[in-house]
Design a protein. Structure first.
Length: 173
C-alpha cells in the first residue's frame, strides 16, 4: 500500500557497503521517467552516479556538506533544462520524490540533498561545482542529489497520531 510506503520513508544518511543492483537502479530511473510534469514537457534528466571517486567529490558540493554521500553506493542527480519549462523546479522535485518513494518500496533508503540555491563556497554555487564534476551542459540546472542505498540505520515510521492535523483545512482556511 502506497500510504505505508509514505509513512515509513525516512531520510537515511548511513548506508551498508552494498551496491544497488542494476535491476533496482533501472526501476528507480524508470519511476523518474514516469513522473508527471507540467504539460508533459519532461524537462528533467537524471545522472546515476556509482563511481566511488565521483561520490566522494559530490559529497563536498556544499557547506554544510552532505559528507554521508561519500559512503552511499548510489547517487541520482536530478537536473532539468530550465529553458524548456518555467516550472522545472516543480517537475524535477516531483521526479525526485517518485525516486525516493520507489527506493523505499524496493527496500532502499534515500536522502534528498538540496542543491539549488545552495553554495559550495561563498563565491561558487553548489550547482556550478557539481556541473563541472559531472560535465553537465550549461542549460541544465541541478535541483538535488538523492543519496540511495541499503540502510545501515533503523528509523521508525511516522506515527499518524503525531501528524500536524491543524495544517489541514477544508473548503476555506
Amino acid at each position: 500500500m502506497l500510504f505505508h510506503t509514505i509513512k515509513s520513508r525516512r531520510s537515511i544518511r548511513r548506508f551498508k557497503n552494498q551496491e544497488v543492483e542494476k535491476e533496482k537502479l533501472d526501476i528507480l530511473l524508470k519511476s523518474a521517467l514516469l513522473s508527471p510534469s507540467s504539460r508533459a514537457i519532461r524537462p528533467w534528466q537524471f545522472i546515476a552516479v556509482t563511481d566511488l571517486e565521483l561520490l566522494k567529490q559530490l559529497s563536498l558540493c556544499r557547506e554544510p556538506g552532505p559528507k554521508f554521500l561519500a559512503d552511499a553506493p548510489l547517487a541520482i542527480v536530478v537536473i532539468a533544462d530550465r529553458a524548456l519549462s518555467d516550472v522545472w523546479v516543480e517537475d524535477a522535485s516531483i521526479a525526485a520524490a517518485f525516486i525516493q518513494l520507489t527506493a523505499q518500496d524496493l527496500g532502499l533508503g534515500s536522502c534528498w540533498i538540496q542543491v539549488r540555491e545552495r553554495f559550495h563556497t561563498e563565491q561558487e554555487k553548489a550547482e556550478e561545482f557539481i556541473s563541472k564534476i559531472l560535465e553537465i551542459p550549461e542549460q541544465y540546472s541541478v535541483e538535488c542529489i538523492l543519496a540511495i542505498g541499503y540502510p545501515a540505520e533503523d528509523k521508525k515510521p511516522y506515527k499518524e497520531s503525531e501528524l500536524q492535523y491543524q495544517k489541514i483545512h477544508y473548503n476555506k482556511f
